[in-house]
Design a protein around this ligand. Sequence first.
Ligand code: NAD
Ligand code: GLY
Length: 542
Amino acid sequence: MGVRREETRTLNEKSNLVLIGFMGTGKSSVGRSLARKLDMQLVDTDQEVESATGLTVPEIFRRYGEVRFRSEESLIVKKISRYENCVIATGGGVVLNEENLTELKRNGCLVCLRSRPEIIKSRVQRKPRPLLARDNSLENIQRMLQERERFYEKAELVVETSDDPLEKVVDEIADWFALRRSRQVRVDTDGGAYDIFIGQSLLSSLGTLMVERVKGKRCLLVSNPRVSELYAERVRSSLEKSGFKVTDGLVPDGEEYKSLKSAEQLYDAAVEAGLDRDSAVVALGGGVIGDLAGFIAATYLRGISLVQVPTTLLAQVDSSVGGKVAVNHPQGKNLIGAFHQPRLVVCDTDVLNTLDPREMRSGMAEVIKYGVIWDSGLFEHLERVLQAEPGMSPTDLIPIITRCCEIKADIVGRDEREHGVRTLLNLGHTLGHALEGETGYQVFRHGEAVAVGMAAAGRLAVSTGRWSEPEQDRLLKLLEAAGLPIRTEGIPSGGLMAWMERDKKAQGGRVRWVLPLSVGRAEVVPSLPDELVEPVIREFVR
Ligand code: NAD
Ligand code: GLY
């Protein structure tokens, strides 16, 4: 997809989770529960050896001895190390062979389970273990543990399983694995540097990630009833586990609530909760919640920490990153705002499973925008995948969301305050914002209005000789393949011109247009004559 990696630190894309550890530490039962929880397949090396040989492990030991068992085991390890998306529960002695470890680490993260010798002794009595058949004394277990210690140390995570209930052990490993597998994009601006985490099942790691980045222990969790009902409990429990005191700040759902009135209510909640300079605002929701919560964080006590937990595709690829925070004024969108960079952005792609397909399509408009203005490889990738199948699963979207975040990080890193290149991110927004405003934010989702705006910007670029007909054709086809509108009807174009005029006043007397030059390149055009703009608007808004 032409992904540039300079801005990205991909911690790990290994897909298997490998459990190692002494017998009786719980590898099989933890493995079973983990596989269920993570929706992965469970592979147990002992069971694989048994089905490959048609003999039980004790039978192999009895008939052929340990050497034969180890060689069968190594063959199995070699085979299963190539599997994808599996929880692999290994036999206690797998680690004794260096080559086994190398194989397993190729596509797997090693987690060691550890228990006290007395606990192991009581557990192994329940099932015959060939290696302890002659001597299952505590001393023998201690001796073997000591011998194997240096192999078990090769794990990335060690989890004690003596006392905690199974569920707690499984949660700890699952949260660690989600973070370990996530992708990270670093954003570096004058207003602050921070990481974006992108991946599955990340909500439960929010507390852990915030502890490292937020000094205080109080936070205001801003959300709306719909998102809150789905995800606030998980977020709250993660924050509380990490010692945060959480106060809810609920705002009704809808663009019309991205207002000073909602802000006032949230200030009240912040004061009542005793939020201080070290506290944080956590935005759990789409772009509306992110912009509003960000505005509170930017202004309360002259600015406190902001953590973005975007729950729409649009917010994950665009609005949660880059620090633009705002509320609307009756006369125009985002007229009251600030630049306030978050401390952390956590994009859990699982939450996209509950998003309305229309909202997914709306987010896709911003994704296409990145392709047009910045990355022809992304544009071509979208042409391939969207034309084949419009709906993508949230997991398939991970590399695309990551790429969009990389592009946004690159752009805001160069121009945080929109004095230059950042303006390109407004492709389609000149007409888009006017369409949203003219229809009272009731007709279009943000991305839909931007899609019509991009189609019109493309036409203006063609008529000014910047962009070719075939390129305009590709753009329109891609927008349509994503299920987005490219024109609209029933909205008087006179009203739209008035919205753009007001925008003009807000921007020093000129309406800035962002026009594409070729796929992956665009430029800002400070103003265009009305004679050129009006017929184009009439073509796309009838
Ligand atoms: P939104 O925040 O209104 O969310 C869309 C709908 O989806 C809402 O009804 C919401 O309750 C629901 N929802 C959110 N997450 C959900 C989930 N996981 N499951 C089920 N339902 C869920 O709309 P949006 O498109 O995310 O954001 C649009 C806003 O973002 C606009 O106000 C726009 O101006 C702003 N924006 C800001 C920037 C920026 O840089 N700050 C960039 C682009 C857009
Ligand atoms: N979404 C436009 C920007 O962040 O600049």
